[in-house]
Design a protein around this ligand. Structure first.
Ligand code: ADP
Ligand code: ASP
Ligand code: MG
Length: 418
């Protein structure tokens, strides 16, 4: 069971979570409970780090930022003990959850089940694990990137071969779009790993992308549930393998990502090796490049456009200016547009249906929304647009693909497509 920040926002909420855990234990289960920091705490800790030091040491960043989860783990263990449930808190290093040394973006390499299982054998009924953190080979605390408690939960579920992994959050499941910006969004009863992976990587932060990769690889059945409402075995959204009837959903959902930026290198040479030089330098600078477009060449020169998260623009600019100064890459100008957002339509049915892109572009044009960059994969179409149109684009696409009718059962939709 994993509880996110709003689910453990104060002592009352923590007591409520303890009761929910107690209900599962009363059914005969031992529980591993993963907790996030209290709502807003991680942002506050990050602000303290960036306020203390401009070029901060990533190891100390992780030492500070991981601490929010330690507090909630201890408090939930205390709340469970108040209910006479033998409970103990576990920080990442105590489990231990072994991670790579990539501070602030560490990957889980292995989890030992020995210590926790020993305590279960001695009568512990609930192991409350601090999410989002682990320990590197150098013995330092590492964190798993924003939203990383989801990944902690799935990794533990895989390691302990849990029957299910329940992710409790502030919405009652996965919706056809973020219910906070699309009032017609519908909760899905189930969604395939693949679609959920695309939605999450395109901005639907209800699950961290890596948690879905891990669940898919280890066949962990995930259920996303509300921590605020009473739940049954059929509540929420099941994230699972694709089923036959899922093929009928042309578009399963619309995702958005607000913090995108578009950078264009004007007039770079159009010859082998230039793209490798540009994206090699960006990779080394830790910039996550998403969309890439190269214009048609004129007189041996071309423009190269790419997108990345807004908070990485500075690093991208610095990396590209460095290779220009060193004479490795020649370009006339680097133009940054930090006022864009990405909106995407996702669905397995796109594999076998034509016309989805055409419909999407028509809807956006009818709303007067200009498309700046387009990318596609087998099951998604993404566009970069001016940020002020993001909500409108999500709502119009939701309407155009009749997602208000998807709801509980994945029936054949009238998509308006032939
Ligand atoms: P937690 O703190 O529990 O980890 P998050 O804030 O990380 O919760 O994720 C839950 C949020 O994800 C919701 O409040 C919702 O606004 C957002 N969200 C974005 N896209 C979706 C979607 N398709 N379905 C459900 N929630 C979504
Ligand atoms: N507290 C961390 C964050 O806010 C991890 C998490 O909540 O999953 O990103
Ligand atoms: Mg989250």
């Amino acid at each position: 069971m994993k509880f996110g920040g709003t689910s453990v926002a104060d002592l009352d909420r923590i007591r409520f979570v303890a009761e929910r855990v107690a209900t599962e234990i009363s059914k005969g289960y031992d529980a591993i409970v993963v907790v996030s920091a209290m709502a807003g705490k991680t942002n506050e800790l990050i602000a303290s780090v960036t306020g203390s030091s401009t070029f901060y040491d990533a190891r100390e960043y992780d030492a500070v930022v991981s601490s929010g989860e330690n507090v909630t783990a201890g408090l939930l263990a205390l709340a469970l003990q108040e209910l006479d449930i033998p409970a103990r808190s576990w920080q990442g290093w105590q489990v231990p959850i072994r991670c790579s040394s990539a501070h602030a973006a560490a990957r889980i390499e292995s989890i030992s089940t020995v210590n926790i299982n020993l305590k279960f054998a001695e009568g512990m009924k609930a192991a409350v694990v601090a999410g989002f953190q682990g320990i590197s080979a150098e013995g330092r605390i590492t964190t798993l990137g924003r939203g990383g408690s989801d990944t902690t939960a799935v990794a533990l579920a895989a390691a302990f071969q849990a029957e299910q992994c329940h992710i409790y959050t502030d919405v009652d499941g996965v919706y056809t779009a973020d219910p906070r910006i699309c009032s017609k969004a519908q909760r899905l009863d189930r969604i395939s790993y693949e679609e959920m992976l695309e939605l999450a990587s395109l901005g639907a932060k209800v699950l961290q992308t890596r948690s879905i990769e891990l669940a898919m690889r280890n066949h962990v059945t995930l259920r996303v549930l509300s921590s605020f409402e009473s739940v049954s075995d059929a509540s929420g959204t099941l994230v699972c393998d694709e089923e036959k009837d899922m093929e009928s959903k042309v578009v399963a959902g619309v995702a958005h990502s607000r913090d995108e930026a578009k950078l264009t290198l004007i007039s770079v040479a159009d010859r082998p090796g230039i793209a490798a030089t540009i994206f090699g330098a960006l990779g080394e600078a830790g910039v996550n490049v998403d969309m890439i477009v190269q214009n048609i060449s004129e007189e041996g020169r071309t423009d190269m456009t790419f997108s990345c998260p807004t908070d990485q623009v500075f690093f991208a600019q610095r990396a590209l200016e460095c290779i220009k100064q060193d004479g490795i890459l020649n370009y006339s100008e680097l133009v940054a547009d930090t006022d864009v957002a990405k909106v995407s339509a996702v669905g397995i049915g796109m594999r076998s249906h034509t016309g989805v892109a055409a419909r999407m572009f028509k809807v956006l044009s009818e709303e007067g929304i200009n498309i700046k960059v387009i990318t596609t994969s087998e099951i998604k179409i993404s566009v970069l647009i001016e940020r002020k149109y993001m909500e409108l684009a999500v709502q119009s696409l939701h309407d155009a693909f009749h997602l208000e009718n998807v709801g509980a059962s994945a029936v054949e939709m009238d998509t308006g497509l032939c």
